[in-house]
Design a protein around this ligand. Structure first.
Ligand code: ZN
Length: 223
């Protein structure tokens, strides 16, 4: 596997070897505690074409956006692009109109202030969408929280709580809906088995298209 760089090998009490490609395009191998190096090498070698395909896919994705918080810069909200507009004064320090208007007084702290704003908006929008799906599906989480997660759009805790990254609010509403449905179904089906996906499909027949969008737009998670 000379030409396949392994970033890290994580050993744990597991039975099989698994490969994980991080959003940055690093290969991580998960292996049983006592798996010999030769066995791991062989496994990686056998998966060579899959790994190379994944590496290629990641290279073709748009790079992560690094914001500079300057006039005209694009910010996403529910899938729509809003140019940043610095204003001298306004009714609210941050206001979403045809542009994302931010008062000049916030500039020294703009990164933090915009994040707080996104979190607040995410709380409202995601909560409202959750309520809709709770009513229509009968699934009932213990709690719904908005987090600062950078690695995942949503998660389901072992105690039946749902977490969503505020970064999800950058995505179109139909994508927000998919993540909500995905996590809701985890309340009853914690794995990603066939049974899990068929339950997702029952609620959302076109989920695959939405899932693909998320895969291609992972960079939004890193903002
Ligand atoms: Zn899942």
């Amino acid at each position: 596997m000379d030409d396949i760089p392994v970033e890290k090998i994580i050993r744990s009490r597991r039975r099989s070897i698994a490969l994980v490609i991080t959003p940055d395009g690093n290969l991580i191998v998960r292996a049983p505690l006592k798996a010999p190096a030769a066995m791991i090498n062989k496994f990686v070698n056998e998966k060579r074409s899959w790994i190379q395909k994944k590496f290629k896919e990641i290279k073709q994705r748009p790079a992560a956006t690094v914001h500079e918080y300057v006039e005209g810069e694009t910010f996403f909200y529910l899938g729509r692009a809003y140019p940043l507009h610095i204003v001298e004064s306004g009714n609210n320090p941050i206001e979403r109109a045809d542009r994302l208007c931010v008062c000049r007084t916030l500039l020294p702290d703009i990164r933090h202030r915009l994040k707080c704003w996104y979190m607040q908006e995410a709380q409202r929008e995601i909560y409202t969408r959750c309520m809709w799906f709770l009513m229509t599906t009968g699934y009932t989480p213990e709690s719904i929280r908005i987090t600062d997660a950078r690695q995942r759009w949503g998660s389901c805790t072992s105690t039946g709580g749902l977490n969503f990254s505020w970064r999800l609010i950058q995505a179109p509403l139909e994508i927000v809906d998919y993540v909500i449905v995905h996590e809701l179904v985890h309340l009853r089906q914690p794995d990603h088995s066939k049974k899990f996906w068929s339950k997702v499909e029952e609620i959302m027949p076109d989920y695959e298209r939405r899932r693909e969008w998320l895969r291609e737009n992972e960079r939004l998670l890193r903002i």
